[in-house]
Ligand binder design. Structure first.
Ligand SMILES: C=C(O[C@@H]1C=C(C(=O)O)C=C[C@H]1O)C(=O)O
Length: 357
């Protein structure tokens, strides 16, 4: 074998690991000091703007061969572990475990947290508003199905602010207890997942009944207990419930993504590269939307997203959900927001937060 050649290389790796370990613990000790300083003033443990800066710095300094993406994953976990020495933050999400929401939680906060599964999006908001959780992670938009209306409606009323956003690739697989479709009479999934796989299902299993259930993970749980049920869910959920894969990645759009908002009782300060989400309504008159957006162009603020929701007043009135580049504390964003606020029938800043790194 090549072990004679490997041995000295492994000794090198052992020495480097010892140095990394030493440095990691030095870093952790400083994070503990940060924790003590924060405890004196009851300051928030999780600072998304600072974590975004650390991740951006690491990517900027990285000379390889490790990829920026992998460096950021590693540092996300390093920060998560350091943060947990200050305090383990509690993060509510749309459960049960195994959902894409749970993946989004770990992508944003790392693993060293307490993840709190909730039965509905409403419950995620409630748990976070009540302080049972420090943050909540809620789906806001899917690239093939559009906005998650319940989240938009709840954002309108909540006292929480958006403190971050996370996007994850959503890949659905068809799975069953046996790993085949033999004896399967029902395909279960969340309604969004059924919609995202509609064309594929129509083509491959047009005659099998489809049933919408509370979540894909719930579908996976049902399939694990019943040979007549197949589930559409993530492979992670399938693995959790010991399911076999019938067909992998069956979503109609191969680039299917879901964007999640992180909500909390925290107002995030500028990170250097931020965006601001607002919601506003116009008086119901000609040219209102045009006028509404004029302050943005006047102050040179770029709009990156625009979504409308019926206001349900019966008058064809709408709420507009708008994302703009920059932080609400930036002079030009602030000037544009002040003007919007003056003209709008309804105006609310949902939050300013770091752009995804
Ligand atoms: C150490 C801090 O606390 C947390 C941990 C961080 C880290 O490990 O780098 C960064 C931001 C905070 O979420 C800090 O606020 O600087």
């Amino acid at each position: 074998m090549n072990d004679n050649k490997l041995l000295p290389l492994r000794e090198k790796i052992d020495a480097i690991d010892a140095a990394i370990l030493e440095l990691l613990n030095q870093r952790a000790s400083v994070a503990q000091e940060v924790g003590h300083v924060k405890a004196e003033t009851n300051a928030p443990v999780f600072r998304p703007e600072r974590e975004a800066q650390v991740l951006r710095n690491m990517a900027a300094k990285n000379t390889g061969p490790l990829l920026n993406e992998d460096i950021q994953l590693i540092f996300r976990e390093v920060m998560s572990a350091c943060r947990a020495l200050e305090r383990r933050v509690v993060v509510a999400f749309l459960g049960p475990v195994g959902t894409f929401s749970e993946q989004a939680v770990y992508k944003q906060f790392g693993r060293a947290i307490e993840a709190l599964p909730c039965i509905s999006i409403d419950e995620v908001f409630r748990a976070t508003e009540a302080g049972t959780a420090d943050f909540g992670v809620v789906p806001i938009e899917n690239s093939s199905e559009g906005a998650i209306n319940r989240t938009l409606d709840l954002l309108l009323q909540t006292s929480l602010a958006i403190s971050g956003e996370v996007a994850i690739a959503v890949q659905h697989s068809l799975m069953s207890k046996s790993g085949t479709m033999e004896g399967v009479t029902r395909i279960c999934a969340h309604s969004q997942a059924l919609a995202q796989c509609q064309a594929w299902l129509n083509q491959h299993y047009p005659h099998v009944e489809r049933q919408a259930v509370a979540s894909n993970a719930e579908a996976a749980r049902m399939a694990s207990a019943d040979f007549s049920v197949a589930a559409i869910a993530s492979e992670i959920a399938g693995h959790q419930y010991n399911l076999g894969i019938v067909s992998a990645h069956i979503q109609d759009d191969p680039h299917n993504r879901t964007r999640f908002a992180v909500v909390g009782r925290l107002n995030t300060t500028p990170s250097g590269k931020d965006q601001t989400s607002i919601v506003l309504a116009t008086p119901n008159k000609a040219g209102a939307v045009y006028n509404l957006l004029a302050p943005l162009s006047k102050h040179g603020v770029s709009m990156t997203r625009f979504e409308s929701r019926p206001a349900r007043t019966g008058n064809w009135e709408y709420y507009f959900y708008v994302d703009v580049e920059g932080h609400a504390m930036d002079a030009k964003v602030k000037a544009a927001m002040d003007e919007l606020n003056q003209d709008a029938a309804f105006f609310k800043i949902l939050g300013s937060y770091p752009c995804t790194v």
